[in-house]
Design a binder for this molecule. Structure first.
Ligand SMILES: Nc1ncnc2c1ncn2[C@@H]1O[C@H](COP(=O)(O)OP(=O)(O)OP(=O)(O)O)[C@@H](O)[C@H]1O
Ligand SMILES: [Mg+2]
Length: 307
């Protein structure tokens, strides 16, 4: 029995050391990056967006629908630079996804009425975004019939610079799989709503792995922890925090994080129906609201209470 116990313990330490030793992603050799958003206003049209020719062909009147504008983001300013992790928190529908979509130049049917987004002092353009920002979207867009390893190898062939040898590409794929703890499902197909594959949380981590693979300087993630259990979510944010410490800029949106996750953030923007209620250092958020007369009750998670 004793020898069996020792063997078990030995296997455990081996397992943990092999999971821990991927050191590739902790430094980023590129230059320092800065992201700035200045007094941004963003409006969306909530009327049904049926194209005019469909309305014409179905004889639906009136042909001109007067738009029903809704302000999705109202006068938002923020600034982050490499080495920092900024979390956008707030309840559902407060404009987190819209903000990240504007920063990465994705047109999702709204219009920016004023303000600007600057990446290293230059206005954001699709070309600039493609070169330096990795964006992990809220919905996973992956090929369902490839396995996890095939998905990553495929992206490695396309996204890594041509100077990389095949061995280096394979090494990179192995490192990312280890980093995001995807080893046990590396050969499972990814799947989607119709084809059963890896679990939802694993699929989320595959989407993050795809973006980590090309080692970007700016990493933007929309709700990376949604659908994960608290242990995996915590580990994922620790990974992101290590990435930020390795001279990267990490911007993520989170839906009411646990307090141990909240402590890992450097900066926080708290949104409420499109307006920033708080924007600044994470550790100053509770003192700020306390000074305004809204103390956080004892034993209460600040992001639950204020969010
Ligand atoms: N293209 C659009 N057309 C109509 N309404 C939109 C559009 N884009 C955003 N909205 C509205 O703007 C608001 C903010 O949406 P957004 O997706 O940014 O919320 P969110 O904070 O990401 O929410 P969640 O946490 O549920 O993902 C919502 O009320 C949404 O209905
Ligand atoms: Mg969203």
């Amino acid at each position: 029995f004793f020898s069996c116990f020792v063997l078990q313990q030995h296997q455990d330490t081996e397992l943990f050391s092999s999971e821990e030793d991927s050191s590739l992603y902790f430094t980023y050799s590129g230059g320092c990056n800065q992201l700035e958003v200045n007094s941004l206003h963003y409006e969306v049209d909530t009327a049904a967006q049926i194209p005019w020719y469909e309305r014409l062909s179905e004889f639906k009147l009136p042909w001109e629908i007067r738009g029903n504008k809704q302000v999705a983001i109202n006068d938002l300013s923020l600034r982050v630079r490499s080495g920092q992790m900024l979390a956008v928190i707030g309840s559902s529908g407060c404009g987190k996804t819209s903000l990240l979509d504007i920063i990465t130049c994705r047109d999702e049917g709204g219009s920016m009425t004023s303000g600007q987004v600057l990446i290293n002092g230059k206005p954001n353009t699709p070309q600039l975004v493609k070169k330096c920002i990795a964006h992990v979207r809220q919905d996973d867009r992956l090929l369902p019939h490839l396995s996890v390893r095939e998905t990553l190898s495929f992206v490695a062939q396309l996204r890594l610079p041509t100077g990389f040898s095949q061995a280096q590409r394979d090494q990179r794929v192995d490192d990312v799989i280890a980093e995001l703890r995807l080893r046990q499902c590396a050969n499972t197909r990814v799947g989607n709503d119709y084809v059963r594959g890896v679990s939802g949380g694993e699929r989320r981590r595959v989407s993050i792995a795809v973006q980590l693979l090309w080692n970007p300087g700016i990493l933007i993630l929309d709700e990376p922890t949604s659908g994960l259990d608290s242990f995996t979510a915590h580990n994922l944010v620790i990974t992101l925090s290590r990435l930020a410490k390795g001279n990267r800029l990490v911007l993520l949106s989170v839906h009411q994080p646990r307090s141990d996750i909240f402590q890992l953030f450097d900066l926080v923007v708290l949104l409420s129906s499109g307006s920033a209620v708080y924007c600044g250092a994470a550790r100053d958020m509770v003192p700020y609201f306390t000074a305004l007369g809204y103390p956080c009750p004892r034993y209460c998670n600040p992001s639950d209470f204020y969010g």
